[in-house]
Design a protein around this ligand. Structure first.
Ligand SMILES: Nc1ncnc2c1ncn2[C@@H]1O[C@H](COP(=O)(O)OP(=O)(O)O)[C@@H](O)[C@H]1O
Ligand SMILES: [Mg+2]
Length: 495
């Protein structure tokens, strides 16, 4: 078979010989092949091989195995100290990734490679070209391809349009990685709302330590000038602006639910009467004013209702005039909703109010397009059971993209997140996961993951991730870049 004379024709043998790692043998396919390993290579490494009609094609080692003729009997002889001849060969199995055609589309060959064809370690230029890892102006620089000096960026618009999930067990670096993404988005003036149950993201305002940035071209930097922080508990979180909701805008039935009362007709009518009286005389009013009015009521207000409202008042999340959502969302900036110290039932309510208002305002284009990150998302959109914001998250996941509202789901329990929400997240950052149910949930939601990669998820060290979607042609193993800003999740030492 003769080779075509085009530019992609493989160069003469000697120019590549430094990186030659073996030769194909046995059954050689179009999308997978095997080669005997003549120089050390590792699982996950990229290789290149010449195809008779195409030129260089990129592949990745999915499995390596030493095959030997050592039988159990002979192993026993070895054990007894006898000398035994062992014939062995190391075999690597390759998944073919493909090549770029004249339209720059990723393709795999239509007919097989040759048997006996040399296999080489891939040159960085070919890896960049085939994987589409060119510099992207709208890219979020997440880290480097594992084992290579090649930057990996994810397209920010695609992330926003197709939703994102960051999945990993506790302590594997979810919050750290989400922080990297948020830094990149702030650099690109992306508007964000960050739902932060533990107050981990406040530290993005501060600069990180300089020594952590070697090899990644990362300069320490804080983003204080691009962050606003809100909290229902400014007493606990003193750097935050207060986050309050307008009591007048509350639905009566919702108020009763929050008071822990059933929706009895008498409660509904007393509360509605009191609300309309105060609205007529004051316009704005507080929970205290409702309580006062009910206490002064000639017929004597229901003590149960009054007690319920007193409990609600203690939660301290209502005001005559609440925080306006178009003040919470700021163009080109991130607003952290710091829920540290807020009880879980109130968190669900607060998140629901915010998410619903943002969605409504986005529909009417009253606020700029934005991305909403939800940390510990399994609490806001659980697969089993229901919380206040369950339905809202489903709606955002299925309809948000039409209105320029992207979702970023961060969770340590992918299996416990509503499948309807998770399946809509087409960009994934997966760090170490070991729970079998979580692994199953991930496998179902990620396309193009090889068997080798599935196994790899369980063994990923802290700081490494599998990236999928967002303009990447296929899932990639990436070393996450160091943070520019201070890491808010650093473990606390007890000694
Ligand atoms: N890419 C990384 N480089 C360096 N340290 C990291 C990286 N990712 C995580 N860490 C560290 O690992 C620990 C756990 O990270 P964290 O983001 O809090 O995990 P998670 O949110 O998944 O529980 C933290 O101490 C953090 O500083
Ligand atoms: Mg975390």
């Amino acid at each position: 078979m003769s080779l075509t004379e085009d530019e992609s024709e493989p160069p003469a043998e000697d120019t590549q010989s430094y990186g030659r790692v073996g030769v194909t043998f046995g059954d050689v396919g179009t999308t997978s092949l095997k080669f005997n390993v003549s120089s050390p290579v590792n699982k996950g490494e990229y290789i290149q091989i010449a195809h008779p009609n195409i030129g260089w094609v990129l592949g990745q080692i999915d499995k390596i195995e030493r095959q030997s003729d050592l039988s159990v009997d002979k192993a026993e002889e070895l054990n007894d100290g006898k000398e035994v001849d062992i014939d062995d060969t190391v075999i690597a199995k390759v998944n073919i990734i493909g090549y770029r055609d004249e339209k720059d589309l990723l393709r795999v060959p239509g007919n097989p490679f040759r048997a006996g064809e040399p296999v080489y370690l891939a040159e960085e230029e070919l890896i960049r070209e085939v994987l589409g890892l060119k510099e992207d102006k709208e890219g979020a620089y997440i880290g480097k391809l594992r084992g290579h000096d090649i930057r990996v960026s994810m397209n920010i618009n695609t992330i926003a349009q197709k939703h994102l999930s960051v999945l990993a067990k506790t302590g594997s670096g979810k919050s750290y990685t989400a922080g990297v993404l948020i830094e990149e988005m702030l650099k690109n003036d992306v508007t964000m709302v960050i739902l932060d149950p533990h107050g981990e993201y406040s530290s993005i305002a501060k600069s990180g330590s300089p020594k952590s940035s070697e090899n990644f071209d990362v300069e320490p930097r804080g983003y204080g000038e691009k962050l606003n922080e809100f909290s229902p508990n400014p007493d606990i979180n003193p750097n935050c602006q207060p986050l309050k909701f307008t009591f007048r805008n509350m639905d009566t039935k919702e108020v009763l639910e929050m008071c822990g009362l059933n929706k009895r007709k008498t409660y509904i009518s007393s509360l509605e009467d009191a609300k309309s009286k105060l609205a007529a005389s004051h316009g704005e009013f507080t929970v205290s004013e409702i309580i006062r009015l009910l206490k002064n009521n000639e017929e004597g207000g229901s003590t149960t209702l009054i007690k319920g409202l007193e409990r609600l008042k203690e939660k301290n999340i209502f005001a005559g005039k609440g925080t306006r959502m178009d003040e919470l969302v700021n163009e080109g900036r991130a607003s952290i909703v710091n829920l540290k110290g807020t009880p879980p039932d109130m968190q669900g309510f607060i998140v629901d109010k915010i998410a619903r208002s943002i969605f409504e305002l986005r529909k009417r284009e009253k606020i700029p397009p934005l991305i909403m990150f939800a940390e510990e998302a399994h609490n806001f959109c659980p697969q089993r059971g229901k919380v206040e914001c369950s339905d809202t998250f489903r709606t955002l996941a299925s309809e948000g993209r039409k209105f320029g509202l992207g979702l970023g789901i961060i969770t340590q329990r992918p299996a416990k997140v509503d499948k309807n929400v998770l399946s809509q997240c087409n960009t994934q950052i997966i760090l170490k996961v070991t729970n079998p149910n979580d692994l199953k949930a991930i496998e179902k939601s990620v396309e193009g993951m090889t068997k080798g990669m599935k196994k790899e998820i369980k063994r990923l060290p802290v700081g490494e991730a599998i990236l999928s979607g967002a303009g990447l042609s296929e899932p990639l193993l990436v070393q996450i870049r160091p943070r520019e800003s201070k890491d808010g999740g650093e473990s606390i030492c007890v000694i």
